[in-house]
Design a protein around this ligand. Sequence first.
Ligand code: NAD
Length: 486
Amino acid sequence: MTEKNSDALRKLDELRGSLDGLGHLIGGEIVRGTATFTVTAPWIDEPLGESPEAQEAELEAAVRAARAAQPAWAATSGEERTAILLSIADAIEANAERIGDVLAAETGKPLRIARGEPMGAAAHIRYFAALEPAEEVIKDDDVERIIVVREPLGVVASITPWNGPLLMLANKVATALRCGNTVVAKPSPFTPFSSLLFGEIVRDLVPAGVINVIAGGDAIGQALTQHPEVDMVSFTGSIRAGQAITAQSAEGLKRLQLELGGNDAAVVLPDVDVDEVAERIYRGAFALSGQICAAIKRLYVHEDIIDDLTDALVEIAERQQLGSPWDPETTMGPLTTRPQYERVLGLINNAVDGGATLRTGGETIEHGGFFITPAIVTGVDHGVPLVDEEQFGPALPIMSFTDVEEVLERVNGTQYGLGGSVWSQDIDQAVAIARRIESGSAWINRHPHVGADVPFGGMKLSGVGREGGPESYEEFTAAKTISILK
Ligand code: NAD
């Protein structure tokens, strides 16, 4: 056993005790329930703790509590709701260290990044707290006055994945609450603890039932989306689950906001300064070990500079220090789940077996977790799953192009449409190309860029609706027309 492993095992013992008391938040009470499931620490592949697992009874109680609390919550003034959300942001910030430790433990992301997530979540909550409903007078003449106001939808189900568990929960809860809805949140079964801790922290800051958090797997998520008392599903996760949720919630014709997977392309034109952009492109592809929905997942580089840029990316990849979140030298964590680890290894091996060149990485390491060294793959093209599918991991296929029209065809020849980017010193040309990328966001000389104040979401199979920006208010409310005959 390496020194690193014994340190990590000591840390694991320390953490286990602190997670045991966490429970669901239902109707203002912390409820441990009857069933539990084991959560794995991905940085060491050992049990991290036992999460409570919601059953039918807990789901029913949570939805009932949210339903019962909603009319009174909707009747509070916008200012009151803003004030409560600001108090939640303050509490998240005050507990950033504790939440960050839990996030690091369950996701494996380096501690510095994990502790930044609650700070980001607090900033997002503050943005959503300040949203104002867009009440619009669409006609006002001698005959009539017609106003469109926004009404809350009711109970919102928030269903989240494992890569940014707290940030995504915070976005959904804050927007839903500011608009007068109540929430039942269900985090990913791979990373439930940070959301349960969030529940514990906000418990005394909101009226009972306004925020409920229940942990469990896909089946309880399915039951939540099918519950007749749930009015909206705000979901972030895979396309497969997004499609299932669309079908599951059809009977209730629920409002859906679906933030799904992507297979983002970055197009690098020959006029870039390779040394200047390499680090940014690297981070765009490999931050959080590539487990970002809008990471660069396909890199198209003009043939004049492909060798230089590939060499620069290989050099950066080989500098990375993989390790546990608790090691201050770690720059890159593991994959968060075993299935994802196995899938990414499979995609890399499949590409290599098909004749691709692994310029660097793609190896597992001895730390006893789901680690894969950052893989840079050349000699691949469309038709290979590593290029055609979302890898959601540390493996970047690099392909060359000469003609912009031809590369746009390849970029858009996919069912994904989350993000995309163009890299060039000629901003006008880059914008003209970016406009033609079929995606919800297209960035110039950056990838990705998201923020609470920026609308984000997918086209094609990458999603429905937008999260962030003033449009968020529309997603979480219904338009109601008030028509006055004068
Ligand atoms: P996942 O779809 O497997 O799970 C996400 C959540 O959905 C979990 O809480 C899960 O329990 C629940 N779930 C699964 N099936 C369900 C069903 N039928 N009904 C209701 N709930 C169900 O996704 P994941 O593996 O946790 O996350 C990775 C995926 O998420 C990637 O595809 C990634 O691109 C995507 N993602 C998208 C965004 C975005 O904003 N577009 C952000 C982060 C991650």
